[in-house]
Design a protein around this ligand. Structure first.
Ligand code: ATP
Ligand code: MG
Length: 255
């Protein structure tokens, strides 16, 4: 079997007495849209935080394309091609939609080198190409008409699209989406699903947390069920949703 794009092994993350990840192991196959479901508090967002380098695990190993990433800082993991979105979108509210993409550009040589090395032409060229890329992504996400609006004025659903747009700035191989459908109206939801499908067709792998089971049915295969910080079950959603262990995890009682 091919090596997974993302491999999580025996990962532990504690918050005081709470073991949010309790020896969590799972794989995400390259080219998949893998669903991650499970009851509230199962550890789904914590898994994203640990994988994306927002916080370090206490134990375990995580590999992206065969390279160890556990405990590495988020910017280093992003540079290896992993992007993530947040359950609660956090755009820089006073900046415009376009500026929100520009601040997420990888390797902003213009910022880092300014005043140190005098290569203004190179910097200007880089800034122009970053801007062109941001505008292209906004067109792709159908957010171009809002490019000059302060991000804080967007609707909840538009902020979700902006989250995905920001994630695309680093040209990721894998995108972790935390509840992309939450609070998104049906029209924007169509747009979101279409964008995910198109990115997937272009070779982007997804790991997607979602409580909206219609969205999971439509997009995800396989689906991994997380419960109490561990992988409980994995398989096609049609099978997973009938599994008595899954029903018990959701209902809190034997099914
Ligand atoms: N920063 C934190 N400090 C303390 N406890 C935390 C922290 N983050 C998460 N937890 C706890 O870890 C557990 C897992 O939380 P997590 O947010 O990962 O769950 P989730 O599966 O994403 O849930 P939901 O579906 O509600 O978003 C919960 O018990 C939560 O209260
Ligand atoms: Mg969560």
């Amino acid at each position: 079997m091919a090596e997974p794009l993302l491999a999580v092994r025996d990962v532990v993350k504690r918050f005081g007495g709470v073991e949010a990840l309790a020896g969590c192991s799972l794989d995400v196959a390259a080219g998949s849209i893998t669903g991650l479901i499970g009851p509230n508090g199962a550890g789904k967002t914590t898994l994203f935080n640990v994988v994306s380098g927002l916080t370090a695990p206490e134990a375990g190993r995580i590999a992206l394309g065969g390279a160890r990433i556990d405990g590495r800082p988020g910017h280093a993991i992003a540079r290896l091609g992993l992007a993530r979105t947040f359950q609660i979108p956090r755009p820089l509210a006073r900046m415009t939609v376009l500026e929100n993409l520009l601040v997420y550009a990888p390797d902003q040589a213009g910022e880092r080198l300014r005043g140190l090395v005098s290569r203004p032409k190179t910097i200007a060229r880089q800034e122009a190409s970053i801007r062109a890329r941001a505008n292209e992504i906004l067109r792709f996400m159908e957010l171009a008409p809002l490019a000059s609006d302060p991000a804080g004025t967007l609707s909840g659903g538009q902020k979700k699209l902006l989250e995905l747009a920001r994630a695309l700035m680093g040209d990721p191989r894998i995108i972790l989406l935390d509840e992309p459908g939450a609070g998104v109206n049906p029209t924007l939801m169509r747009s979101l699903v279409a964008r995910i499908r198109e990115l997937h067709a272009r070779g982007v792998t997804f790991l997607l947390i979602e409580h909206d089971m219609d969205l999971v049915t439509e997009l995800c295969d396989p689906v991994i069920v997380l419960a109490e910080g561990r992988r409980l079950v994995e398989g096609p959603f049609a099978e997973v949703r009938r599994d008595p262990r899954v029903l018990e995890a959701y209902l809190g009682v034997p099914a």
